[in-house]
Design a protein around this ligand. Structure first.
Ligand SMILES: O=P(O)(O)OC[C@H]1O[C@H](O)[C@H](O)[C@@H](O)[C@@H]1O
Length: 312
């Protein structure tokens, strides 16, 4: 029997609080009725804040530029189409370090929210809000378009649920030529205080040849690329002191993981990193596909993403 046209009973369903989305200047903020929120800056479609369990989960440098003159130092900058300094004599050679996605103005494509099916006694438990952002070749500066002359479309989705932050990127080849790309979600985690406790990144399932230990202690400058990981097996960032999980990251389509902490000297050398000692409260754990090139054929699309749980 089709009851869709019948008025719903007062107090059921529709009267429950819904997610809110607000747009202010160049930022989009989404909040759930349970208090979690996420903020995305249109410059780079950079997630600049994720609040969950009553606290900020991402690190943003006090000295970051937010005016579009430099990539945002913190949150989740997106690396595309090249990771690190571009190789010489390569199609990406004229691009800046980490490509152009983090230094381009994206557009907000809209929001959608969803709820899990109502189950007895557990109505609408899994409320989620998704924000979509777009970047295409027509939106790039002339300089970037010349440096990477492919016709592409990116759709970046940021989904907030009570327990997770999910970020996923769809890359479309809208041209007639194949292109190669690398991609990375350069997540700066706020880990509280590295000084009073030692934190480790448990790359439990790393099959990298050089990494024999399942856990990596962060006690000095660290910049490593772990390759060929099983994306479904979580990377755990935990406190060595009490082995408590701080973050747990699963991925789809992203088999590499970069772990980076600049430590004291490098932190001091970065003009947009501050305060100097902030290296003690941040750790970058970056899900990506960077150790090889993904080839995307004309007309094809690729998708990859991460799902993060914090301080559960
Ligand atoms: O200073 P950026 O261009 O933002 O790069 C910051 C860092 O990104 C990644 O984590 C790389 O592995 C590091 O080598 C690099 O220093």
């Amino acid at each position: 029997m089709d009851r869709s046209k019948k008025p719903s009973a007062i107090g059921v369903g529709g009267s429950l609080p819904q997610p809110t989305v607000s747009i202010k200047d160049s930022t989009i903020e989404a909040s759930l009725p349970s208090g979690e929120s996420v903020t995305v800056h249109l410059y780079g479609a950079t997630v600049t804040s994720w609040k969950a369990n009553g606290q900020e989960q991402l690190f943003v440098s006090e000295k970051t530029h937010l005016d579009g003159s430099k990539p945002i130092r913190g949150g989740i900058p997106l690396v595309f189409p090249v990771f690190g300094p571009p190789p010489q004599n390569h199609v990406t050679s004229s691009l800046p370090q980490h490509g152009f996605a983090r230094n381009s103005n994206w557009e907000f494509l809209g929001k959608s929210s969803s709820e899990s099916a109502e189950t007895a006694g557990q109505a609408k438990a899994d409320l989620a809000v998704k924000l979509d952002f777009g970047l295409s070749h027509t939106m790039l500066t002339e300089e970037f378009r010349k440096a990477w002359p492919y016709e592409f479309g990116l759709v970046y989705s940021v989904t907030l649920t009570k327990d997770t932050l999910e970020t996923s990127l769809q890359v479309r080849n809208e041209g007639t030529q194949n292109f190669d790309f690398q991609v990375l979600m350069h997540t700066y985690f706020d880990i509280g205080n590295l000084e009073s406790k030692t934190y480790v990144d448990k790359t439990r399932n790393a099959i990298s040849q050089s990494e024999t230990s399942a856990a990596l202690a962060i006690t000095e400058e660290t910049d490593r690329v772990y390759q060929d990981l099983d994306p479904a097996k979580p990377i755990i960032v935990s406190s060595a002191e009490d082995d408590k999980t701080i973050f747990s990251i699963t991925r789809e389509g992203l088999t590499d993981m970069v772990v980076w902490n600049p430590w004291i000297e490098k932190a001091k050398g970065m003009a947009d990193f501050g305060p100097d000692e902030a290296y003690k409260k941040m750790l970058c754990v970056e899900a990506g596909s960077v150790s090889a090139w993904q080839t995307l054929e004309a007309g094809d699309a690729w998708e990859g993403g991460q799902s993060i749980k914090a301080r559960l």
